[in-house]
Design a protein. Sequence first.
Length: 318
Amino acid sequence: MLFMKYQSFIKAVVTFVTANLPRDYFITVYPVRKNNNYIRDAFVVRGGNNSPAVYVMPYYRRYKAGVSLSQIQMEITEIFRQVCNSTKGLWNPLFCYDHIKGHLALQLVNYEENKIWLTSVPHRHFLDMAIIYYIAISYPDNQWGNIVVTKQIQQMWKQTEAELYDCAKRNTPQILPPVVSNLFDVVNYLQELDQMEAFSLTDEIRKNKNNCRDMYFISNKANYYGAVYLCYLGIWKKLAEQVHSDLAVTALSVHELVAVPFQKYGRWEIFQEIAERTYVTIPKPNERLSPSVYCFSRKTGKFSIIGGTKKGYEIWEE
């Protein structure tokens, strides 16, 4: 089956959606800056005052996977019709905090890579990373999108950073519940479905799955920004008690974490080498989170950075 090239796909969507919007409205493609200075193309509507960004690539991937172009065109048209039909072109739900607060969630990003960008979004430090806030948007087929909460949106909502934090902290496990699995079982399952590319697993893990029997995979039901569960203390307390060991935890990407019982290996240097190698080999730069290894101590109930100069970072009680 022949598929349209990326630019032809964009042109077909823009032409169709614009033809089916109210008069004086049209859509265009706009580059949106994301995590780690990564730029993503997004469809936005022009003619109103504000618009959500509908990212092109998830739809293009669905198209390449066999979803018809007409179905994708209709889905995007429906999204933007809601925008156009809102009063004065505003996407009203976005600016009504009471309406949107149930969709707020937490995300972890690399602090150093995003230091300049973080000045424009409400955030707080966590270990050597930063916590930011986003509006979670669900799409068909367990696909997810997001709108990052900027300081401009925060001002419209009249919410403090602490209020956003408390709300998103409560919501995240409800919107995208955490999943803790044995990594060996995860690799077997993905191989059976031929979906290994859907997860940020290194070649070493793919080729040597028998070495994964003592490793644990932490994410959420959609494998979407699941690394944020590094922040949830209860998960690590339970897992550490289950394996009777302190834990070495590293991020495969912004979506996934891997935890290993320290007592099984005995040297932190092994984990540091794996973490650094994983970080630089992640194929999508915007999905890199951290090259660090984090130690969860059963005794203190806290995380520290392996090899770092700062120890014993507090994380919240659930």
